[in-house]
Design a protein around this ligand. Structure first.
Ligand code: SF4
Ligand SMILES: [Zn+2]
Ligand SMILES: [Zn+2]
Length: 312
């Protein structure tokens, strides 16, 4: 077994191809913790008295995020950490993930709440998908509906809990996929909004932070494995319909062939973003005329989608 190139003491278990390092388990875990700490300070994500709501789906990214934030919080006794899981209402998928989210929070002593689509919007995602299919609505996938409703549900849950930060487990892979998807859709406003910290554009919006956005998904998985964290790994039954899957496979192939591709895309987002920042600030937000949540138009995207399905 080759020696760890950082400590020179233990055997390496991981080769970080893009940097040439070979790392033992201990140095690898330390490198992830240091990376997340460095990301948080580079973007000034955290303050010592923050009330942080962590979005915990039970998947690897959010479970690792919760663990790392709980670790960082130990140094800041005035910070409070809570967690929320959104139950979209996907039969046979969310139940196990919920149990895992609850267990992880219990182990860390983090208060945990569950917010369901059914409770917030009156319908489970399964029911919405049936309606989408019955109505023959071809434009949007279940993930498009799910993403919009989940974003709103998370913000409402964080705001109602009195949180001033909403931390999500977006990895480097998620950020680069989103960037490419926004380019495919020609959505300049959304390109401007792919950021580690989102500006607060309305008093009803809780600031979003993405502390693991500079860590590759495969390294998040390895960290979870080495720390013996339990996470949910069953794919959602609707995931196959998303264009994101194809973008993910393409990026993974490119990363394998040209190590560092994902970091290169991430850095290009960093360079492009300042030129688009005025776009992101444009258009003052107003309250949706139906639900009162912040929106650029008179009707928010959630209400618009539900109304198109004839249920709002
Ligand atoms: S895969 Fe799509 S439908 Fe399933 S939870 Fe994720 S965003 Fe929602
Ligand atoms: Zn080492
Ligand atoms: Zn609305």
């Amino acid at each position: 077994m080759p020696m760890c190139t950082v400590c020179d003491r233990r055997g390496a278990i991981f080769k970080r191809v893009y940097s040439g390092q070979q790392l033992c388990a201990r140095c690898f875990c330390r490198s992830i913790e240091q990376k997340v700490q460095a990301t948080a300070s580079k973007y000034e994500m955290l303050q010592p008295d923050d009330k942080i709501m962590v979005a915990v789906s039970g998947g690897k990214d959010s479970v690792v995020l919760l663990r790392l934030l709980a670790r960082m919080e130990e140094a800041f006794p005035k910070t409070t950490l809570r967690a929320v899981t959104i139950d979209e209402g996907v039969r046979g998928y969310r139940d196990e993930a919920l149990e895992i989210a609850v267990k992880n929070c219990q182990e860390l002593g983090v208060e945990h709440t569950v917010v369901s689509f059914k409770g917030m919007f009156g319908y489970e995602l399964d029911r919405l998908v049936t309606l989408i299919r019955e109505k023959g609505m071809k434009g949007l996938t279940p993930c498009a509906y799910c993403g919009v409703l989940r974003r709103q549900a998370l913000n409402v849950a964080a705001r109602e809990a009195g949180a001033d930060k909403l931390a999500t487990g977006h990895s480097l892979d998620d950020e680069t996929q989103t960037m490419l998807l926004n380019i495919i859709h020609g959505d300049a406003l959304r390109i401007a909004r792919v950021a580690p910290v989102l500006p607060v554009a309305h008093p009803k919006l809780v600031q979003r932070i993405k502390p693991v956005c500079e860590v590759l998904e495969r390294e998040i998985v390895l960290y979870a494995y080495l720390k013996k964290l339990r996470f949910h790994d069953t794919p959602c039954p609707y995931a196959g319909t998303a264009l994101r899957n194809d973008v993910r496979s393409m990026l993974n192939r490119m990363e394998q062939k040209h190590p560092g591709t994902k970091f290169a895309i991430y850095r290009s987002i960093e360079r492009i973003r300042p030129g688009l920042e005025s776009l992101a600030k444009d258009g003052a937000l107003q309250n949706c005329r139906f639900c009162g949540e912040p929106t650029v138009a008179q009707t928010c995207r959630s209400c618009q989608m539900l109304r198109e399905l004839g249920i709002s």
